[in-house]
Design a protein around this ligand. Structure first.
Ligand code: URA
Length: 191
């Protein structure tokens, strides 16, 4: 465990703990305010993220930014965004269990430094890993669950919303609930 962000990021950028390191162009460590109390967790970098070294910068990321802006959240200001795996799985396949296992320590360390009050899981892979292995995201999105003192909520992955735009209004409800919860806990960081 590293006790500061600089050392943690430096070590993560040099990681070779699984095969994903071979094809990567960038390790996608995370983005945001290290003092934020709301942590978003995606699945793993796609092509654009691998090229740019930042989470959610493709079309899905643009949609995510719009949803965030609607509830006065911003990736650089009052949240932190990370992924379960920090390197791109080939052809955007789901990260394998052994890849998740090899990588999860980085996220655990990020979690330990942030001490978030709320975790939002973006998509099934993240929700299964962070919340419960048998989660049914289509039914259980938008529902807060408490785990070891942290509130957790899953929402549909932005890429899934691009594939199926009819799900956007339901997903938007999740973001409205999130804003309510942030206000209730008073856990937005000052701008
Ligand atoms: N999808 C994810 O789950 N994470 C990213 O960073 C980009 C796309």
């Amino acid at each position: 465990m590293y006790d500061n962000w600089e050392d943690l990021e430096q070590a993560c950028l040099a990681c070779r703990q699984c095969g994903l390191c071979q094809e990567r162009r960038h390790v996608v460590f995370g983005v945001g305010n290290p003092k934020a109390k709301v942590l978003f967790v995606g699945e793993g970098p796609g092509e654009h993220e691998d090229l740019q070294g930042e989470p959610f910068v493709g079309r899905g990321g643009q949609l995510l930014d719009k949803l965030l802006a609607a509830i006065d959240l911003d990736r650089k200001t009052n949240i932190y965004i990370a992924n379960i795996v920090k390197c791109r799985p080939p052809l955007n396949r789901d990260p394998l269990p052994q890849e998740q296992e090899a990588c999860i320590g980085w996220l655990r360390n990020q979690f330990a430094l942030l001490r978030p009050k709320i975790v939002v899981c973006l998509g099934r892979v993240s929700a299964m890993r962070m919340m419960k292995p048998d989660i049914k995201i289509t039914k259980e999105h938008g529902i807060f669950l408490e785990k070891n003192g942290t509130l957790m909520m899953a929402t549909l992955h932005p890429a899934a919303l691009l594939r199926n735009p009819k799900q956007k209004p339901a997903a938007f409800e999740d973001y409205l609930r999130l804003r309510e919860k942030i206000d209730e806990l008073g856990c937005d960081v000052a701008k």
